[in-house]
Write a protein that binds this ligand. Sequence first.
Ligand code: ASP
Length: 473
Amino acid sequence: MRVFRPSLPVRILLGLGLGVGWAVLSSTLGWSRFTMDWIAPFGDIFINLLKLIAVPLVLFSIISGVSGLNDITRLGRMGLGMLALYLATTVVAVSVGLLLVNTIAPGTWSDDDQRLENRVAYELWVKDTPGVEQAKDGRCFSCDPGNEAVVARVLKRRQQAPDAMAEAQRERATGVAAQGPLQFLVEMVPSNIFLSFSRALMLQVIVFALFFGVVLLLIPRDRVAPVIQLVNGLNEVFMKMVDVVMLAAPWFVFALMAGVVSRIAGDDPAAVLELFRSLAGYMITVGLGLAIVAFGIYPVVLSLVLRRNVYRRFFKAISPAQLLAFSTSSSAATLPVTMECLEERVGVSRSTAGFVLPIGATVNMDGTSLYQAVAVVFLAQFHLVDLTFMQQLSIVGTATLASIGAAAVPSAGLITLLVVLTSLGLDPAWIAIILPVDRVLDMCRTVVNVTGDATCCSLVAHAQGEELFTKEL
Ligand code: ASP
């Protein structure tokens, strides 16, 4: 008798749905503690396993990918194409975000008194902050005698509740912003590769792996053949580990979702709904932007370039990676599965996927950059700060750089948002406003980050003359 066994994406989706259902039920019944103590740890184990595989997989897949290319000019061409695609998709994503946030204007949805108070608080912050000369739009609401009562209210509130967390974040952001412009380049180059491994500093691991791979290409093949063979073999082992871990993925995803949702909901799901309602406009704008990029722009561009409709096949092929991205909120943890999807389900060669995807997971974050653009403008609107077209244009640059600098782990985008706000002369403590809903948006933007990597990887593979989407799934 043949037992009905749904496909992997369907099983993961089931795990995801049941996990959310369980969390809602357990928090309604006041069982959140039980879920956190006895179910959530399995979700952490899953993330640990994926991360365990990710670092060595990045190392070996890049070395094996580069050494498999046989000549350096091909590597250069592919590398340049990849970087151009990564940059272009990020800029497009930021632009979509800016367009939407200006059209929907979610920051103006709250009442005017609240925004006026926010504005005055911002002006007081400007006054107290060395290095910030004047409000971004040059206006001064607190100078208006009509607003005296509001100023007094804000001052009183500040005295009563100095926000320690906001202070700490502010200091941290000013520290980051105070570093020199080439600091990021310095940080990319490892001085001790074992430290880079143990701290999972992906960019450093990538630089080392590229260096190692290129040097392998410079030495006559017969002298380095055993090294290449060893690296290829190790790469196989880590790819197989992904297969093994994925066997239990639906169960792990159940535990992960149950833990994440319980943590957000606690024992009072109604409070979460209330919170979501107050930030609904912002969440809708980010969500809509992400959906347009992931389900509109990527598959359409891919179909146009491949000159056939691959919409369904593309999503069917990468859905396991997308679902994992959603449940783990980490492109790095998802990377092993993204690589497997692209190689086995889309048909990208091992050397292309091994080179393009690890770099993409680290530097190409279209979802993160879109979210940052929306968040900055939303927060500005919410504080009655009008950003000019030129100021918004500078967001394209800063959000792009910040998304490149963001690590591929949960909430990394929120931390770099601090830097974006600071570099634009806005108050970094504003992130406290969007913090409560950030995890949910993080899950969504990570899906877009991973989908963007998969799209660019398919495009690069197509440019290399590889046959894609030939396998029936
Ligand atoms: N969690 C995202 C990722 O891993 C980064 C972010 O926080 O936006 O891709």
